[in-house]
Design a protein around this ligand. Structure first.
Ligand SMILES: [Zn+2]
Length: 97
């Protein structure tokens, strides 16, 4: 079970408690999942780096980005320091599970 699943279970979160929750598939079999809980300005990110394959977890400050920005947030791979970008999905609703 992933770290984000643990947080959800531990805090008993339901989708309406989440400000932002997304899963993305990246190139080279990489992936990233990001969770932001309402009222807490922290982005919890779980990822598999598309460059080095490292599976990691990070917490960072979650800042609202400007409307013009195409990138919602960046997570740095703790191993190879690649910036993994989470871009905004334009015009469609993000899938919730
Ligand atoms: Zn990496």
């Amino acid at each position: 079970m992933g770290k984000i699943d643990e947080i959800i279970k531990e805090k008993g979160l339901t989708p309406k408690d989440c400000e932002y929750h997304t899963r993305r598939l990246l190139e080279n079999d990489g992936k990233i999942r990001v969770l932001v809980i309402k009222g807490i300005p922290v982005a919890y990110a779980e990822y598999k780096c598309p460059k080095c394959g490292h599976e990691g977890y990070s917490e960072q400050e979650y800042k609202k980005v400007s409307k013009a920005s195409k990138i919602r947030l960046r997570v740095e791979c703790e191993k190879c320091h690649l910036n993994i970008k989470v871009d905004k999905l334009k015009g469609k609703k993000e899938k919730k599970k």
